[in-house]
Design a protein around this ligand. Structure first.
Ligand SMILES: Cc1cc2nc3c(=O)[nH]c(=O)nc-3n(C[C@H](O)[C@H](O)[C@H](O)COP(=O)(O)O)c2cc1C
Length: 224
């Protein structure tokens, strides 16, 4: 698959089939993703691959938290939507309207999204990316580049994916069940697998027109 095809084809999948993902494929994806750039080649990332029993236990533990009405507290703070810049709030609003429009009603959209979230998307695999607690903000940037590489290589391997905050909402559960050292913090979980035919998976998010985000900044030389 060409890079441009992989970039255009990648989208967030919110319901996976039960088909497992081979460990060899995961190794191939992560190894290639390691080519991501990082500050002075610090490579701050670790990857914890939850599948089989470990992932089943995470799903059960998360479900218990859901039932108890807990929203979680990810290692990267979540900011209230009202505090985001007007432009980003507008983008998020358009995305939510798009989802509602994709379904018949607001209630159906809400139900589908909640079910997807509460079941951790029926993911057969979640790759949890951590960085050391002792890291600058730059390492979060590096982990993001690494994460995008993972998703693009996965696309090239015929897999679907979604990066989620939802999967790292309860870090203490992840530390315990995945045996992750306390001096690491969770950045994101990337679900991998094969998407099913649910309507939720056919939604495609839009992007702002190029002219609204790309600014050519030629210096204007004025003659006296
Ligand atoms: C850091 C990050 C966290 C995300 N967390 C969630 C999440 O918890 N639940 C969810 O449904 N989607 C989540 N997403 C997916 C975004 O909603 C999605 O990337 C965005 O709407 C663009 O759609 P696309 O990925 O299909 O291009 C997350 C994406 C990123 C980059």
């Amino acid at each position: 698959m060409k890079l441009t095809e992989a970039i255009n084809f990648r989208h967030s999948t919110r319901r996976f089939t039960d088909r497992p993902v081979e460990q060899d494929v995961i190794k191939k994806i992560v190894q290639l993703a390691q080519r991501a750039p990082s500050w002075v080649n610090s490579q701050p990332w670790q990857v914890y691959c939850a599948m089989g029993d470990s992932l089943a236990q995470i799903k059960t533990a998360y479900h218990k938290e859901e039932l108890a009405g807990n929203h979680g507290h990810p290692d990267l703070a979540v900011m209230s939507r009202d505090d985001w810049s007007p432009e980003t709030q507008e983008n998020m609003k358009k995305w939510r309207h798009g989802i509602v429009h994709h379904f018949e009603t607001f209630d159906e959209a809400h139900d589908q999204m909640t079910t997807a979230s509460n079941t951790l998307y029926n993911s057969p695999v979640i790759l949890y990316i951590t960085i050391p607690l002792a890291s600058p903000d730059w390492s979060i940037f590096d982990a993001g580049a690494f994460a995008e590489n993972i998703m693009l290589v996965a696309t090239d391997q015929g897999l679907n994916s979604i990066p989620t905050y939802n999967s790292v909402r309860f870090p203490e559960i992840l530390h315990r069940l995945l045996n992750v050292p306390e001096d690491e913090r969770f950045i994101v979980g990337i679900s991998l697998g094969y998407e099913d035919k649910s309507k939720i998976n056919s939604y495609r998010s839009e992007r702002r027109p190029l002219g609204e985000i790309l600014h050519f900044c030629d210096l204007k030389i004025t003659q006296d």
